[in-house]
Design a protein around this ligand. Sequence first.
Ligand SMILES: Cc1cc2nc3c(=O)[nH]c(=O)nc-3n(C[C@H](O)[C@H](O)[C@H](O)COP(=O)(O)OP(=O)(O)OC[C@H]3O[C@@H](n4cnc5c(N)ncnc54)[C@H](O)[C@@H]3O)c2cc1C
Length: 230
Amino acid sequence: MYTTRVEKLTDLNPSVKLFRLKFQKPFIFKAGQFVMLHLEGGGGRPFKRAYSIASSPRHKDWLELCIRKVEGGSATSILFSLKEGDLLKVSGPLGKFQLNTPIQNDVIFVAGGTGIAPIRSMLDTLPLAQLKNKFYFYFGINTLDDFLFEEELKKIQPIKNFKLILVVGNDPRWKGDKGFISEEVMRKHTPDLSAKEIYMCGPPGMIRFIKAYLPNLGAKPEQIHIDAWE
Ligand SMILES: Cc1cc2nc3c(=O)[nH]c(=O)nc-3n(C[C@H](O)[C@H](O)[C@H](O)COP(=O)(O)OP(=O)(O)OC[C@H]3O[C@@H](n4cnc5c(N)ncnc54)[C@H](O)[C@@H]3O)c2cc1C
């Protein structure tokens, strides 16, 4: 168990915050893994919640978590009241959601909302422009106000072998793909998944919905890697 200090808090939008936690000694992890936060509820009752690491493993003395506030949520109510300088107990790293390296096939990333966290970490470890493979990132958000890490993603967008496919649920300002990350949307951009590795992270409902149609595009179970937040 590590005692970390909340070094920096950044509002990414009204309901999502980026927490930077500082370690006293190096914390080694692989992109895609998660940590457990240990909290105290009413009456000092201890409980824990899992959060995917959103920052790059290159940074060994801090990590970032991208957390959505859940109305009435036990953990997020505590987390969203924290101030910079407060202490937070962390254990980990945990989880097998990691990139298959070296990269041999084209890669499809799929994230919904804060599900971008482990994908952000993975993207940072990839020397995209130097790789021969293609990388597609389907990012599903409700409105353009939920476009997390917009500046960072726009910076890597010009890289020729990287394509961001933003799918916006409901926003009249958006002229691109709308609604859910549906089979129709995926067929339009990546019709053949038979030789691609797929990494997905997001709300359980979204994952179930997408996983059900991936075989129709040629994906086999061993090509599908899922970070389940259930
Ligand atoms: C591997 C993994 C990685 C994760 N990574 C992230 C991440 O990067 N970012 C992120 O934001 N989340 C992530 N999560 C989700 C996270 O762990 C929490 O589940 C989430 O933050 C909600 O926790 P909470 O304690 O605030 O809500 P909870 O208290 O667990 O509440 C969950 C839901 O139940 C409802 N509820 C609570 N109590 C009651 C009650 N008595 N009656 C009726 N309804 C009730 C709440 O209103 C809420 O809708 C991850 C989960 C896993 C498993």
